[in-house]
Design a protein around this ligand. Structure first.
Ligand code: NAD
Length: 356
């Protein structure tokens, strides 16, 4: 029996999670689920977005299935109590240093993309993002009176961008291995023309590439990567980058596919349970209205079956059902187009179960 920590979170989290659980339950697998509160709902109930008990639950589980956290009503809380700290805290507690984000554009959804159909139809790109380092976690950081420069004596905010060589090495290995299993072409994104951190990143990528002679390594500056993603995204197969650039580029890659509501992700470490979640947030603007697209969460559950439990056939069954539902013309509002049938969040979950 595999134990799954189910953390639905805020906003649309509970609605989309209910659909993923419906699908996992329908497969009648040896899985047990334990649900817990995280994010704003955990802050409201326990005074902390990531209670210690939830971290313990996650650690003793075989995988974590995560919905989304965040609500603008908590935006004025001190940073360490904001809902988003739940996901950052879990990544840290579980040592999840890599985030795998496939961006797949189903031919049926090319009309939902903001790019021309021929640019995105059949797109299948894997973004490998470093998750626990970079300017998001680098110390020192804070607010202070500026000690020097043109604005000396005025208040300033500052953060520290840093990457240690072993930190880059471990993500490089994940990316090169992923490329080995695909087209053997890896694009590494940095800003080595300006940033020292990026120079260390680039040098380390080149060093690790010697261990993967079959993989062609290409370097791209982040500004060019942002451009290439909208110019010729199908030329990119596997892209690896740091935490900050990856955060931005992965949302850009998401939009190529038509909807942020379609994309799953996996966060993995070594020796700890992986965390599987849709890439979108808690979408407070549509929460509770039955408008949320549950497919990213359903596809995250499929990724969990494949990567955490080696249940390839079951993962493929879910992915196949999602594809069939789309080709049969069923849509949620975010990917709706003329001539298709619009379904609510729950009805979409039911349709996937029925098709499976
Ligand atoms: P968001 O991803 O929640 O929403 C962006 C837009 O996409 C909104 O218009 C929303 O309605 C739409 N959208 C998102 N998911 C959808 C779905 N499944 N189906 C249909 N439409 C969908 O990003 P945001 O509005 O910038 O942030 C909202 C909150 O989520 C914030 O508090 C933010 O911090 C948080 N957030 C959390 C995570 C996470 O939990 N991992 C990630 C990103 C943002």
């Amino acid at each position: 029996m595999k134990k799954i920590a189910v953390l639905a979170g805020d906003g649309i989290g509970p609605e989309i999670m209910a659909q993923a659980l419906k699908i996992l339950t329908a497969l009648k697998l040896p899985l047990e689920f334990e649900e817990a509160l995280v994010g704003g709902v955990a802050y409201a109930a326990f005074g902390h977005p990531l209670p210690a008990e939830v971290v313990e639950l996650a650690k003793k589980s075989d995988a974590v299935l995560f919905g989304a956290v965040g609500d603008f009503k908590y935006d004025n809380l001190p940073r360490h109590l904001r809902p988003e700290q739940a996901i950052l805290g879990l990544r840290k507690a579980l040592g999840l240093f890599v985030n795998l984000r496939p961006a797949i554009c189903y031919p049926e959804l090319t009309a939902a993309s903001s790019l021309k159909p021929e640019l995105v139809s059949g797109l299948d790109l894997l973004l490998v993002r470093e998750l626990t380092g970079d300017v998001y976690f680098g110390q020192p950081r804070g607010k202070r009176i500026s000690p020097d420069g043109v604005f000396a004596g005025t208040e300033e905010g500052f953060d520290t961008m840093r990457y240690a060589v072993p930190e880059v090495e471990r993500i490089a290995h994940v990316a090169f291995k992923a490329a080995m299993g695909r087209s053997k072409h890896l694009v590494s994104v940095d800003k080595a023309n300006v940033l020292e951190t990026s120079q260390v990143w680039r040098d380390t990528m080149i060093k690790v590439s010697k261990e993967y002679p079959e993989v062609t390594l290409e370097h791209m500056y982040v500004d060019n990567a942002a451009m290439q993603l909208v110019k010729a995204p199908k030329k990119i197969d596997v892209m690896v980058t740091g935490n900050l650039f990856g955060d931005i580029l992965s949302d850009e890659a998401a939009m190529l596919t038509g909807s942020i509501g379609m994309l799953p992700s996996a966060s993995l470490g070594t020796g700890n349970p992986g965390l599987f979640e849709p890439i979108h947030g808690s979408a407070p603007d549509i929460a509770g209205q039955g408008k949320a697209n549950p497919l990213a969460t359903i596809l995250s559950a499929a990724m969990m079956l494949r990567l955490a439990f080696d249940m390839d056939a079951e993962a493929a069954a879910i992915e196949g059902a999602v594809h069939k539902v789309l080709s049969d013309g069923f849509r949620t509002g975010d990917i709706m187009e003329a001539g298709k049938t619009q379904l609510s969040t729950t009805a979409m979950g039911d349709k996937v179960v029925e098709t499976m």
